[in-house]
Structures are given as structure tokens and as C-alpha cells.
Design a protein around this ligand. Sequence first.
Ligand code: CA
Length: 236
Amino acid sequence: MNSNNKYKILIVEDEDNINTLLSALLETNGYQVISSRTAQGGLMLFNSHKPDLIILDLGLPDLDGKELLKKIRREHLTPIIVLSARSDEKDKILALDLGANDYVTKPFGSGELVARVRSCLRNSATLSGGGHSPGKTFESDGLLIDYDSRRVFIDSVEIKLTQTEYNIIAFLSEYPGKVMTYSAIIKAIWGYNDLGSTKKLQVNMANIRKKFGAKPGKKNYIINELGVGYRMCERD
Ligand code: CA
């Protein structure tokens, strides 16, 4: 956070109407905004202003947004939310695997975008404050994960998970609120990625959701980001 006590957000987006709309939306919500219509301009603003968060469009006129993401990620952990069109599923996944913190699909609702910005800033504050240690437990709305005993409870009732199922839950809970791609989860759990891995992950996840009693109208602790990955709910 900078001296005037407002988070500074850098928008890199070449479409004038989206850039203008985003700037107005974020300023209304109490953020300081700087913006660029090109990747090169965005990189210059990043270096000179050291923003707290970046909203990055992937389709830029001078350079692929993913290249800018790579350049920044080489040296900085600044949270990055990627903007992408609905048709660019592959790009979105690639951007997440390159280190983007989250994505928002165009066209987006203003409430959704502001919520993602808040969550990203909150998570990065937690990380820089306490390293990456998740503590001894994870708690969210009735869900309790006890890392020491490797046990999981919902409303104080133990949910019996296999080792693999537990490993998946424990991994996702290290990154609450952040979408983790299939390949990131697979690498963390099995250490390799082969043809059947995504299917194996989906089967495990279906079992977890069954054991968690996922029903319409009931709280989903794990959000299924279709075609991309999974997102753990945020901590209490
Ligand atoms: Ca664009």
C-alpha cells in the first residue's frame, strides 16, 4: 500500500471502453488506478509505480499479455488478475500456470471483478505477512482441516478421506480463494502429468464432493472451475 493509503492498481488493457470502465469502477471502490493500452507502456508503469496489483488483458497490440506476465513474474510476486475472452480457455490456463493469481472472463460483472481484486489483495497480504505456512488448521464455514492429524471435519463430523483425497484437499486449502489448474494440482499430488492424470483428479474430486455432501443450495467448499481447475473457499 502506498503513502496515501490506497492500493494502487495497474490496468493493462487496449480496449478503450473496458479500460475506462475498469478505471472508473476501481476508483469508485477506493483504489488508485494507473493504466496503459500497451504491454510496453504497462511494463514501464509497473517499474516506475510499483503497483499493488495488476489487471492484465492477454490480447495486447504490441506483445502477448502472457509475455508481460512472464517478465514480471521473473522478479516480482505482485498479484496479477488476467482478463480473457471466453473462447481463450487454453490461454487462461497457461496464464495461471505462468503465475497469474486469478482470471476474470469478459464480459464480467463489476461486482465479480471487485470481489476478485479484494480477494487477491487480501491473499497477498496474508502471504507476505506469514510466509506460506498455512498454520495448524484451516477453517471455513463449518469445514475444519487439521493438518497435524490429517483429518477433515464438517460441522464436527469427521469425513473419512483416502490419502490422495486428503492430499488434494490439503493442497487446495494452502491457496484459499485461488483457482488452481488441473496441471498444478496434479504436479503437487502425483509429481508427474500424463494422459490419464486429469481424469484421475476428476474422479478423486467427485468422490471428495460426494463425501462432503455437495448439494444444490448447500455450501460448496470446493468450487469447480469448469475446464480450468478447482478453487478452495476462503478461510473464515
Ligand atoms: Ca485486448
